[in-house]
Design a protein around this ligand. Structure first.
Ligand SMILES: NC(=O)c1ccc[n+]([C@@H]2O[C@H](COP(=O)([O-])OP(=O)(O)OC[C@H]3O[C@@H](n4cnc5c(N)ncnc54)[C@H](O)[C@@H]3O)[C@@H](O)[C@H]2O)c1
Ligand SMILES: O=C(O)C1=N[C@H](C(=O)O)CCC1
Length: 263
């Protein structure tokens, strides 16, 4: 049995992960951390009834109770780097869904993991559809380098652009064989054209009602190709998270993107 600790256990994603781990063959809950629900019964917090597991206030306290095989982290861009340093330096495998780690931070975490022997995955999106959207977008970029990304999320999201939009743009820019043509527009309202990653414009929409959605628009000679993915429910991320909890036990190293565990 793989023992999983869920960090951010009372959050939107964390509570879904707790319920999924409990239902998943081969996985068990080793512990849960969330300062917002510390001292409370985990089962009651995630809505499945009393289960006798008390939520810890931080990782240090949780590791004193039981050191897990894997930590799954869905917390906040504000705390993820410190969380990951703690977990990986203790030689514990880590599945990171929290967005906001920079390339430099991922490199440092990889070095810490290599030293301690821990494995890890950073995946800005665990839904299969979103991973496929990124893969196909990179392929299309070889032929249609002029592209814009529109990502649409709920209004409680902390960061912009989304981690998914950033990884999509990175993959597209890396796959391109020619530079996109610049547009001739001058903004009369600052920011109205969105942000740019290597010539790819990213627009971030935040509205109540959305979960997680992304469009990639490619412009060509008299034609437009539009791709769209919609996560309509946080359940869409759960098969990917469950797979990652299992794969990180055996796949060596610290990797970026769920595709590393699919291929
Ligand atoms: N990779 C994916 O597929 C995916 C999917 C959805 C969300 N996300 C990302 O996951 C993160 C969390 O999203 P959410 O919607 O669940 O947020 P949320 O605000 O609902 O939940 C975050 C939880 O973390 C807790 N927390 C804050 N600081 C903590 C700390 N130091 N230690 C432990 N817990 C702490 C909060 O109390 C809260 O309960 C965001 O970065 C979001 O972008 C990724
Ligand atoms: O709800 C969020 O926040 C999400 N964040 C991810 C991102 O930033 O890419 C994607 C899934 C939902």
């Amino acid at each position: 049995m793989i023992e999983v600790l869920v960090n951010g256990a009372s959050g939107r994603m964390g509570s879904e992960v707790v319920r999924s781990v409990m239902a998943e063959e081969g996985l068990a809950i080793a512990g849960a951390v969330d300062p917002a629900a510390a001292g409370k019964d985990l089962g009651e917090v995630v809505g499945i009834g009393h289960n006798g597991i008390t939520i810890s206030p931080n990782l240090e306290e949780a590791f004193k109770v039981k050191k897990p095989d894997v930590v799954v982290d869905f917390t906040s861009p504000k705390v993820i780097y410190e969380n990951a340093k703690f977990v990986l330096s203790h030689g514990v495998n880590m599945v990171i869904g929290t967005t906001g780690l920079t390339a430099d931070q991922r490199k440092e975490l990889s070095e810490i993991a290599n030293k301690s022997g821990a494995n890890g995955l950073v995946a800005p999106n665990f839904s299969l559809g979103a991973v496929l959207l990124m893969k196909v977008s990179a392929e299309i970029s070889k032929y249609m380098p002029n592209a814009e990304i529109i990502e649409l999320h709920h209004n409680h999201k902390y960061d912009a652009p989304s981690g998914t939009a950033k990884l999509t743009a990175e993959k597209m820019a890396a796959a391109r064989t020619k530079a996109p043509e610049p547009d001739e527009t001058k903004e009369s309202l600052p920011g109205v054209r969105g942000g740019k990653y290597e010539g790819i414009t990213i627009h971030s929409v935040r509205l109540p009602g959305y979960v997680a959605h992304q469009e990639v628009l490619f412009g060509g000679y008299g034609e437009i190709l539009t791709l769209r993915h919609d996560s309509l429910d946080r359940k869409s991320f759960m098969p990917g998270v469950m797979l990652a909890c299992k794969k990180c036990m055996t796949v060596k190293g610290f990797v970026y993107g769920l595709e590393n565990y699919l291929e």
